[in-house]
Design a protein around this ligand. Structure first.
Ligand code: MTE
Length: 322
């Protein structure tokens, strides 16, 4: 296990692809040579990810080090019980209303406190990163939980490429703003676009996953295609979907739910049985997919990842910084 706390100022120069190489690689990837190299990762041919429609089989390795031993929920549970207010507020709405959402072509704009900024195609963002499957415990602030086999790559590997400056203390992510395609964005149930953020050391933690698939296939639209965040020790609302903007910033970002109801949803949002939501207890959770008669389970601090992530919060009062 690597050291849980990760200071971006300590990234060795050798860890960072210099901008000129990154850009050379980008232009190479646009040509046939790079494409051929990217397609043979792991010895298998795979379509360039950015051109993969939801449901396309992905090539990945299973990462045992960061996987929970629990049995995953069914694909049906994971893809029909969703939170995605851009497509409606009922759990069944996203699967129903996101069917025609277009995720190709897709660009991600990177900016703020970093040396390599710009707008990158999804292919450019994803090609250098070998994909891993990780089975993660997920916990929603509404006190339910699931186990999901996500496919993605460490967010740190991506962020380092943009060379955050010493002023970058947080990283902010935005969902696409496109009310034509996302009917929820035509109303004001939330302040659009959906914005989430992490402190830079949280973003660089090896558990934090830039996610492109689940159950070995490219993400269904309702789960956040083509690119979403997964931070397994935090409540699910940190897992922003359909990301099209990444910004490195000096100050704590104003995030969607923390702005909407600051007394109920904090910026940190670490799973914590000792800090209740003002309207319900967080001490136990209901596992989705279990029988109605299943006992509720005790909620684990940091969703069961305490040994890996608690050092990130040494000295912080987690009742104040919930
Ligand atoms: N991202 C966007 N853009 N819009 C949303 O409404 N909901 C969040 C998060 N990401 C949400 C979002 C919440 S509250 C949860 S619990 C998770 O997505 C649910 O992810 P899932 O549907 O893949 O389980």
């Amino acid at each position: 296990m690597r050291n849980a706390s990760f200071d971006v100022n300590r990234i060795a120069p050798s860890d960072i692809t210099p901008p000129d190489k990154f850009l050379t690689r980008r232009s190479l990837l646009a040509g046939g040579l790079g494409l051929a190299a990217a397609q043979t990762i792991g010895g298998f041919l795979r379509p360039a990810y950015g051109q993969s429609a939801p449901g396309t089989a992905l090539t990945y390795t299973h990462n045992v080090e960061y996987s929970a031993a629990d049995t995953p929920n069914t694909f049906k549970d994971i893809s029909t019980y969703n939170n995605y207010y851009e497509f409606g507020t009922d759990k069944s709405d996203p699967a129903e209303n996101s069917k025609n959402f277009r995720t190709q072509p897709w660009n991600v704009t990177v900016g703020g406190e970093c040396e390599v900024a710009g707008t990158f195609s999804l292919e450019d963002i994803l090609k250098p990163h070998p994909l891993e499957e990780r089975i993660y415990r997920m916990r929603c602030v509404e006190a339910w939980s699931m186990i999901v086999p996500w496919v993605g790559f460490p967010l740190a590997d991506l962020l380092k490429r943009f060379k955050p400056t010493s002023k970058a203390k947080y990283v902010e992510f935005h969902t696409l703003l496109d009310p034509k395609q996302m009917p929820g964005e035509r109303g004001s149930v939330l302040d659009w676009p959906y914005v989430e953020g992490l402190r830079l050391d949280e973003a660089m933690h090896p558990l934090t996953l830039m996610t492109v698939g689940l159950y070995g296939k490219a993400l269904p639209n309702q789960n956040g295609a083509p690119l979403r965040l997964i931070v397994p020790w935090k409540y699910g609302f940190k897992g922003v979907k359909a990301i099209n903007t990444i910004r490195f910033v000096e100050r704590m970002p104003a995030t969607t739910w923390a702005k909407m109801a600051p007394g109920e949803y904090g910026f940190f949002a670490n799973v914590n049985p000792a800090v209740d939501h003002p309207r319900w207890s967080q001490a136990t959770e209901r596992h989705i997919g279990g029988s109605l008669f299943d006992q509720r389970r005790p909620t684990l601090p940091f969703n069961g990842y305490a040994s890996q992530v608690a050092p990130l919060y040494t000295g912080m009062n987690l009742k104040t910084y919930f």
